[in-house]
Design a binder for this molecule. Structure first.
Ligand code: SF4
Ligand code: SF4
Length: 616
């Protein structure tokens, strides 16, 4: 959807939007002047919209090299007087946590919004950490919208709180809120204004040396206490009454939607305290709710964050309201909620019969796209390892599409932890075992966090063979550009930073370029690189199958000549392109609607019987 191009930005227009698109629209309606991100699902659409629509609406945008850099760059814009924002997924905040926590002490200049999207049930993530803990740890205000309209509208409060209290504001969503689509009433787009901040004038606050930080800590606690009592932001929170009862639910974000669904499907009378400000807990409305209800269920995903705060506040108030949640096993600690799960929490609270919850379905196994260069690389490298008698080599992998190499038939990944870790873990393994280790990392991930790991591997004398699988994009999150590409960024020409320059700058002497789509060359290169010692880097290049997809769809398709096919099954079992399918009678065919025309299956290393050819 291209909402700023297809709709006049007038009050009253309603348009169907994803939560993430609505957040971007909210930024443009609230004078956001500067945005940064490192793309990460489920937050990535915000950056994609701002990349497309930011500049023409007077808002600078950049894809930063990683979340820490993104955070610090946006902070720099904020202390220069521009409303700024940064977006990331939950694990991205681990990377940006260093500047985040300290910037909450120093405060900001113009408003700064830190958007973080959690991923309960781990649809596209390696863990389901609860970002709300970070807001608590850092003493940062936190806002949680529940639907696309709130995603847009609450941006205003994020900037207002940020500016009133001079503090970065966390804006937390989850997959369901970021990817929910609903009508959103638009307001007017507001041009960014640069406020006269002057970093020099706030240097004693913006410099967190210990003598300043000691003062700033107490100021920070004071700000948060004031915000907890601040009724100016009371419209972020509301009490809803469904019938007449003294039983309630306290909830926020996506969980609110599940709670209301459960109340309606059970047909019970209850009150709901919906919090939009979840750090600090708004004092007045929470106290009112706890006094109006005898029993309260906390409905929230992941950790008992609201529950712990509510129980503590209840004890301070001495209201006597009974609070249930995760700590007394009324609600689960893992995965997304749904009305069924919330319904059981309510049933338990009301003494009703509990129904069996259907367990979350195991995630279906994802696969490389037809024509993906990673399939070809893994196939060739696996074959080379086998021919060299090195199939038991420890293989570390990293975050990105190529992590799918973990699955059969490739089995190319014995570990995967976090961005850039393939090189560091591989170094550790090689240093601990004395064995040559293989690491896989993508181009975008290498720029993000692989550079420091590679320099460290060289410095420590690791015996490591690193494959940088360069598909020319940050593929998994939406094909965002990497620093390697020449680009025009906000009107300025940027000459890409070549991977080879970065690799050599890390001290690597043994650097080899290869093509992911040349099986023979990649096998030869791998065989010789396995015999080397020290750090060797092979850059295997092959453009992501999704780039220029329409163009590629016009490529020649391949088919299997039945008479030549020996039914050896190598193409289907070992190469495993999804376009190669099996008929009920066991014969094998290529689904031309799926075939990308990459031609890899026709290589003799995949089909030794030369049974796969271009369709005439
Ligand atoms: S040419 Fe072969 S390997 Fe490439 S997409 Fe088509 S079927 Fe798959
Ligand atoms: S690899 Fe070739 S011979 Fe073997 S099953 Fe596939 S098409 Fe047939």
């Amino acid at each position: 959807m291209i909402f700023t191009e297809t709709l006049k930005p007038e009050n009253g227009n309603k348009v169907l939007m994803l939560g993430n698109e609505a957040i971007a629209r909210g930024l443009l309606e609230n004078g956001n002047g500067f945005s940064t991100t490192y793309p990460g699902t489920p937050s990535s659409e915000i950056g994609n919209v701002m990349a497309r629509d930011g500049k023409k609406n007077g808002s600078y945008f950049q894809y930063s090299i990683n979340e820490k850099v993104a955070y610090e760059t946006a902070y720099g814009a904020s202390v220069s007087g521009l409303r700024s924002s940064v977006f990331m997924k939950h694990v991205g905040l681990n990377v940006a946590s260093d500047p985040f926590v300290s910037s909450v002490y120093t405060g900001v200049g113009a408003g700064m919004m830190v958007m973080v999207a959690d991923d309960p049930s781990m649809f596209s993530s390696q863990n389901e950490q609860d970002t709300r803990r970070y807001a608590d740890l850092a003493h940062a205000p936190m806002i949680e919208p529940s639907d696309p309209q709130e995603c847009k509208d609450f941006v205003r409060y994020a900037f207002e709180i940020s500016e009133k209290y001079s503090i970065p504001v966390m804006y937390r969503t989850s997959t369901r809120v970021s990817h929910m689509r609903a009508p959103v009433e638009l307001g007017e787009i507001k041009a960014a204004e640069k406020k006269d901040m002057g970093l020099k004038s706030i240097r004693s606050r913006a410099t967190s040396i210990p003598s300043n930080a000691r003062i700033l800590k107490n100021e920070l606690l004071h700000k948060m206490a004031l915000l907890g009592d601040d009724n100016f932001f009371s419209s972020l929170n509301r009490i809803e009454r469904y019938g007449n009862s003294r039983i309630g639910i306290i909830t926020s974000g996506s969980s609110y939607n599940q709670a209301v669904d459960a109340i309606f499907s059970l047909g019970v009378e209850m009150n709901v305290l919906k919090l939009g400000l979840t750090n600090p807990i708004p004092q007045e409305i929470t106290a009112q709710f706890l006094s109006e209800n005898d029993t309260v269920l906390i409905v929230e995903e992941l950790d008992p964050y609201l529950e712990t705060k509510t129980r503590t506040y209840r004890d301070i108030l001495g209201t006597g309201a009974v609070v249930h949640g995760k700590l007394d096993e009324f609600m689960p600690w893992s995965y997304e909620l749904n009305p069924e799960i919330v319904g059981n929490g309510i049933r338990k609270m009301l003494g009703m019969e509990i129904k069996n919850n259907s367990l979350p379905k195991p995630a279906s196994r994802p696969d490389f796209c037809p024509g993906c260069p990673h399939r070809s690389s893994f196939y060739a490298i696996k074959r080379a390892l086998k021919l060299a008698g090195k199939s038991d080599t420890a293989i570390t992998s990293d975050i990105g599409c190529y992590s799918l190499g973990y699955y059969e038939p490739y089995s190319m990944g014995d570990s995967m932890l976090d961005m850039g870790a393939s090189i560091s873990i591989g170094s550790g393994i090689s240093l601990a075992t004395g064995e040559r280790t293989v690491a896989f990392i993508g181009d975008s991930t290498f720029y993000h966090s692989g550079i420091t790991a590679l320099a460290n591997a060289v410095r420590s004398g690791a015996n490591l063979l690193v494959f940088i699988l360069d598909n020319s994009t940050t593929a998994m999150t939406g094909q965002e550009p990497t620093p390697e590409k020449d680009a025009v960024v906000n009107g300025s020409e940027f000459t890409g930073i070549p991977l080879e320059d970065m690799i050599r700058a890390c001290g690597v002497k043994d650097l080899i370029n290869a093509s992911s789509y040349n099986q023979k060359e990649l096998m030869k290169t791998t065989t010789s690189a396995l015999k080397s010692t020290g750090v060797t880097v092979v850059v295997a290049r092959g453009e992501c199958a999704l780039i220029n997809k329409n163009e590629k769809a016009l490529r020649e398709k391949y088919h299997i000549i039945t008479e030549k096919c020996s039914l050896c099954r190598n193409c289907i079992d070992d190469f495993h392109c999804p376009a190669i399918q099996e008929n009920p009678d066991g014969t094998i065919y290529i689904d031309s609607s799926e075939c990308d025309g990459c031609g890899m299956c026709a290589e003799i290393y995949v089909c030794p019987f030369k049974a796969i050819e271009v369709v005439n």
